[in-house]
Design a protein around this ligand. Structure first.
Ligand code: GRF
Length: 194
């Protein structure tokens, strides 16, 4: 049986990448084939090394030029490309090469608090400033605009008196770790049946 290949794009500490790896560790039908990163020294590269997963360290000029890294990525025949803390907007050639196969997780309830520069504590600061009663996560397909494609899943968590950007980040991370691997697994089941 040929396993379904996943490619993870991440440039941060990689806690979501780790949860995804853990979730599929004992599943012979799914393989994390490659971790793509744009930041030398990022924590996710240590995770990849420890887990024995190949990495591709990408370079900005090549990523945005012509066909970018499309051929390298196609060689892995990915079922899904998963953005888990990857901050560059994807070039059109990449989005076109993998229609409805690229997904992202955003640490807020889109369409609020998305777009360029909206990542990490900037998102949570904005949520606090707006005095929203809740925040959450959005898992969505990726298109050529920031944080824009069709939504796949959202989950909410209340904001309580005394919450700070840090405490909200922790709550949101719990949601991410709880739901992202499961949603990926369900999507893989769906693509199988399609
Ligand atoms: C997550 O909050 C995710 O929503 C955002 O980037 C962060 C990645 O965190 N897109 P980690 O590197 O997985 O810990």
């Amino acid at each position: 049986m040929v396993p379904k290949n996943l490619i993870i794009f991440a440039s941060g500490t990689g806690s979501n990448a780790q949860k995804i790896i853990d979730f599929f560790r004992n599943d012979p039908t799914v393989k994390i084939s490659l971790i793509v990163c744009n930041k030398p020294g990022a924590g996710v590269l240590d995770i990849a090394a420890r887990e024995g997963i190949p990495t591709l360290l990408i370079e900005k000029e090549q990523f945005f030029r012509g066909n970018g890294y499309v051929d390298e990525l196609k060689a892995y025949h990915p079922r899904l490309i998963i953005l888990a803390g990857f901050l560059w907007k994807l070039p059109p050639a990449l989005v076109k090469a993998f229609p409805h196969q690229i997904i992202n997780i955003h640490p807020a309830l889109l369409p609020k608090y998305g777009g360029k520069g909206m990542y990490g504590h900037f998102v949570h600061d904005a949520v606090i400033a707006a005095r929203d009663p809740n925040t959450g996560i959005t898992i969505h397909y990726v298109d050529e605009l920031y944080d824009h494609g069709d939504y796949i899943f959202q989950a909410k968590v209340p904001i309580e008196a005394g919450d700070t950007a840090d405490s909200i980040a922790k709550k949101v991370q719990v949601l991410e770790h709880t739901h992202f691997p499961r949603v990926i697994s369900e999507l893989l089941d769906k693509t199988e049946k399609a």
